[in-house]
Design a protein around this ligand. Structure first.
Ligand SMILES: C[S@@+](CC[C@H](N)C(=O)[O-])C[C@H]1O[C@@H](n2cnc3c(N)ncnc32)[C@H](O)[C@@H]1O
Length: 272
């Protein structure tokens, strides 16, 4: 195992588990990721273009996929500091008429589930009528011990996030909109320094957000092509500052929790 300094501000090309196993215990403040969803290319859908990655096939027997995700999440639990958080983006999937819910495997990990955030992407992946159009994904806020309380300007942002999907990076099929990791990093770390990891970093969106917010980052991806893309993107990160400013502008409030309480606007003890 090497010192954490050897990993900082790098995009590492390799298998997620192999790289994570090299990272020391309790060394990272915050993690954000969207893993491959095991979408199985053969079921790619007939209207929207298929989610096809360069460098690996997103197709495993479901049981194997879930066991892999549990192993990755437990390794992430080891490297995150006590009191640290991990934001895990996934979605409800359907296979042969049956719902597959992320809680099926999240409940088998060492993480405590702090909040389920609904990401309303406002577009559906298909136009058939078997179910109401499926426009949401989920972001699971996972914690290792008790996290710090959010400041009021972040907490008032609600648990439904209306952020449209990114369309600007055509070389990758599943890129985060930059606002999403900016919201998480700014809310959790604020002005503090810290290390942020994205273990399936793709085009490096989480890393760009970390860099623009003055945090250290660690990215891992198995595809050489995406790692190169992320490195080039990071070198030009200043060009993406506008999206950061747009997101930060949403984090405002006139009153602190204490002021609201003293004015009688909030007198019940809220549940943790
Ligand atoms: C959903 S994408 C992440 C996209 C990213 N959030 C972004 O904004 O570009 C998942 C990524 O996981 C990577 N991946 C798949 N298997 C992997 C493995 N075993 N180890 C590391 N990365 C892997 C893929 O190459 C892909 O870029």
């Amino acid at each position: 195992m090497s010192a954490i300094e050897n990993f900082l501000n790098k995009v590492i090309c390799g298998d997620v588990l192999q790289v994570l196993r090299e990272i020391p215990d309790n060394s990272i403040d915050l993690g954000i990721t969207s893993p491959p969803y095991n979408k199985k290319e053969k079921n790619g859908g007939w209207l929207v273009s298929r989610v096809i990655y360069k460098g690996f096939k997103d197709s495993m027997p479901e049981e194997e996929y879930q066991a892999w995700q549990v192993e990755v999440l437990n390794e992430l639990h080891r490297v995150i500091k006590q009191g640290g958080s991990f934001f895990y983006n996934h979605k409800v999937r359907y296979e042969k008429g049956k719902m597959i819910h992320p809680l099926e495997w999240l409940s088998k990990t060492k993480w405590d589930l702090w909040q389920e955030i609904i990401w309303n992407r406002k577009i559906a992946g298909n136009i058939r009528g078997w179910r109401f159009w499926h426009v949401d994904e989920r972001i699971y806020w996972l914690v290792k011990g008790k996290p710090k309380e959010l400041k009021p300007e972040h907490a008032k942002l609600t648990s439904v996030w209306e952020i449209r999907p990114e369309t600007g990076h055509k070389d990758h099929p599943a890129v985060f909109p930059l606002e999403l990791p900016v919201r998480i990093i700014y809310s959790i770390l604020g002005q503090e320094k810290g290390v942020v990891i994205d273990p399936f970093c793709g085009t490096g969106t989480t890393l760009v957000a970390s860099k623009l917010l003055g945090k250290d980052y660690i990215g891992i991806d198995i595809s050489e092509e995406y790692v190169r893309y992320a490195q080039e993107r990071l070198a030009q990160a200043h060009k993406e500052r506008q999206a950061v400013l747009r997101e930060i502008a949403l984090h405002t409030t006139e009153l602190t929790f204490k002021e609201r309480k003293s004015m009688g606007l909030w007198n019940k003890r809220s549940s943790r």
